[in-house]
Design a protein around this ligand. Structure first.
Ligand SMILES: [Zn+2]
Length: 194
């Protein structure tokens, strides 16, 4: 079993209108923290931003790398060639304090899942992080989140994790350790998919 971490929204476009959230400012750091705890894990970070009205680093229009109609890029090609049915994919994002996730409470982590309540990996991660007393929300997601959707289509396990941009680096680091611990429990086969 191998672990693949993806960060599709790391790159920021040159212009960012006020109140826009065109890039995930804490996702890369969080993914690196998790990756450093998981020996042999692979980390893929997109350098293509998601605003199609501005040019990206390769001189072509930006393209959200987490959509079914994403423009093919090195990031997506590498993702597809790295993944097998034996892979656990953690698709890492971050959300700002003002996010709609925060209307009722301010979670530390949000797990977005089109199959919320059914998918075993998302449920395990949610329960595990809850047991460590983090504020976790498991939220139903649109199935347009391509990375998780593609991974599941080839029978890999996948979850989309959003980390708060409003918490400190030290807190993020502690959460990353717990996410890694959860993944280690899965890979050690203390937990397996039904
Ligand atoms: Zn994102």
């Amino acid at each position: 079993m191998n672990v693949l971490l993806t960060v599709p929204h790391d790159a920021c476009p040159p212009l960012q209108p006020p109140k826009s959230h065109l890039c995930d400012t804490s996702a890369k750091e969080f993914a690196e923290m998790i990756s450093s705890e998981l020996k042999g894990s692979k980390l893929l970070i997109s350098d293509i931003h998601r605003d199609s009205t501005q040019l990206a680093s390769d001189g072509l229009p930006g393209s959200d790398q987490n959509r079914p109609n994403s423009r093919p890029t090195d990031f997506l090609n590498e993702f597809k060639s790295a993944i097998t049915p034996d892979t656990i994919v953690l698709d890492i994002h971050s959300f700002p304090y003002e996010s709609t996730f925060s209307q009722s409470f301010h979670p530390d982590i949000v797990i977005l899942d089109p199959a919320a309540g059914i998918d075993e990996l998302s449920k395990f991660l949610t329960d595990f992080l809850n047991s460590k007393h983090w504020k976790v929300a498991l939220v139903p997601a649109a199935s347009i989140n391509y990375i998780v959707k593609y991974a599941r289509s080839i029978n890999a396990q996948a979850s989309l994790i959003e980390i708060s941009e409003a918490i400190t680096r030290a807190t993020r680091s502690q959460i990353a350790k717990h996410v890694s611990q959860a993944v280690r429990e899965i890979t050690a086969k203390k937990w397996k998919r039904i």
